[in-house]
Write a protein that binds this ligand. Structure first.
Ligand code: UTP
Length: 469
């Protein structure tokens, strides 16, 4: 068998073994083992097409068109269809066909929090972590539909142990530990601007998680999809780790997905302005796809319909229902469909030629989960209300930050209180003067809050710091 060192030489990546001869035997072994696990043909291809861009780029022909979606407005006009979808989704839940799935392998560089993002304290009064909020939502859905809802969480090699320790420390937030399945996603080497694989130690290749699209490979190859099949689970309700407003389990969404016989359904919100940095759902010919905000021509981003609404307004919030078979097809070893990689330019710590650790611009390769769309039969897109379902924590400050997300949660709780006839003072932005919180176990929608509040006896005093549980 050829030693990986020779293979790396042959592929123009010999620098990886630059310090090899000076390493002690155990570290030589470690580097050799790590190097042997890397698919150099894949790296060659990525460097050629994405870093050096000297392969012909695919011609995509005509401009994209906006993709059709089911607007939230139709809920009033066509309430029968919404009711039917809800019932179908509820039945699927009762039949145990649904699992929850969170992608939590990201590095959270923009937030700059020292720990897995899911452990970040985010609720406005009791500072529940993102993971706790999701756990409580999933638990209460399981109780409501009297079913077990397994929860799959994709971690990364970097945050896996800390994530599982966090759940253990908090007694799995009341979930059955057996229902929680944590598995790390794949990794891929980080390269410099010339496409050369970097080291972050003399015996260690710098690796990064392979993007949220890596989840399909990770689900299929970790045996998760096989386990689901054995349990009769064919629907995965997928969401990202950073959005505390997400409906982890939404029967109506599940029902629309089933009714349309879709393999991949997605939720969207209407973009607030042309420059909002979310991907947009488009159609190219027959194929539905998400085009990243940075890849959609400025001119198209600004276009409006005759009524003044943005033409390309269907912004992705990364909430999907996947059919298990699509995950198997795209993530398994059959090679029936591979998600493409994209590149991200990020700063990274790596060794320079002299072996010093420096912060330098680097290139990471990532797959995106929404690139599964063109492979899916009958993709379905459903509008969600931003104020009720989307407030991600991405940045340390400003928009999409902990502060903006806590304000959005407070606004939501205030709307629920007001809908119950509670007299609550709010400012012109809808933020209540006092801090209040509603536990997902008490209610996770306005309708459920109104119902549950009515039956509370005695009702708690409305005061600063109230947590309704
Ligand atoms: P983001 O695109 O926000 O990336 O991830 P990030 O790595 O968390 O944050 P930055 O860009 O470094 O600031 C969106 C979702 O996809 C998951 C994240 O955990 C988050 O839920 N993700 C991202 C993965 O699971 N794996 C990845 O490789 C990347």
């Amino acid at each position: 068998m050829i030693h990986p060192r020779h293979l790396f030489d042959q592929h123009g990546q010999g620098q990886v073994f630059r310090f090899f001869d000076d390493l002690p035997a155990d570290k030589q072994d470690a580097l050799t083992r790590q190097a042997a696990s890397i698919d150099l043909d894949e790296i060659d291809q990525l460097v050629k097409t994405l870093v050096k861009k000297n392969a012909p780029t695919e011609s995509h022909g005509a401009d994209p068109e906006p993709a059709d979606y089911i607007p939230i407005l139709s809920k009033n006009q066509n309430s029968e269809a919404w009711q039917k979808a809800t019932e179908m989704g509820e039945q699927a839940l009762r039949n145990g066909r649904v699992a929850a799935f969170t992608v939590a392998g990201g590095q959270g560089t923009r937030l700059g929090f020292d720990g897995p993002k899911g452990t970040f304290p985010i609720s406005p009064v009791s500072e529940k972590s993102l993971f706790q909020i999701f756990a409580e939502k999933i638990k209460s859905s399981g109780e409501r539909y009297q079913c077990s809802i397994p929860w799959f969480i994709m971690t990364s090699l970097q945050n896996h142990d800390e994530t599982s320790a966090f759940f253990r420390k908090h007694s799995f937030f009341g979930l059955d530990p057996e229902s929680l399945h944590l598995f790390p996603q794949g990794t891929i080497p980080i390269v410099d601007q010339e496409g050369k694989i970097l080291l972050n130690d003399k015996h260690n290749i710098a690796m990064s998680p392979d993007g949220h699209g890596g989840s399909l490979r990770a689900l299929a190859r970790s045996g998760a999809t096989r386990w689901m099949e054995e349990k009769g689970i064919d629907l995965l309700s997928c969401f990202q780790v950073d959005n505390p407003l997400v409906k982890c389990i939404d029967p109506t969404f599940i029902g629309f997905h089933l009714n349309e016989d879709s393999q991949l359904s997605s939720k969207i919100i209407v973009k607030k302005d042309p420059n909002e940095k979310v991907g947009v759902f488009c159609k190219k010919g027959e194929l539905t796809q998400v085009i990243e905000y940075s890849d959609l021509a400025q001119e198209l981003q600004q276009q409006t319909d005759p009524d003044g609404a943005l033409r390309f307004r269907a912004g992705s919030i990364a909430v999907h229902i996947f059919h298990r078979e699509l995950v198997e097809k795209l993530g398994g070893n059959s090679g029936e469909g591979n998600l493409p990689f994209h590149i991200a330019h990020k700063k990274n710590s790596s060794l320079d030629e002299g072996g010093q650790l420096i912060e330098a611009p680097a290139i990471k390769f990532e797959m995106f989960i929404f690139d599964a769309l063109p492979f899916a039969e009958n993709p379905l897109i459903l509008e969600a209300l931003r104020e009720s379902e989307f407030s991600p924590v991405k940045n340390a400050q400003g928009s999409d930050s902990p502060e903006s997300s806590r304000s959005d949660q407070l606004r939501q709780f205030a709307r629920w209180f007001k809908a119950s006839g509670i007299n609550l003072n709010t400012d012109s932005d809808g933020i209540p003067e006092i801090k209040i919180e509603v536990s997902p176990q008490f209610a996770d929608t306005k309708e459920r809050f109104v119902e549950a509040w009515k039956s509370l006896s005695p009702q708690p005093e409305i005061k600063n710091g109230l947590v309704v549980e």
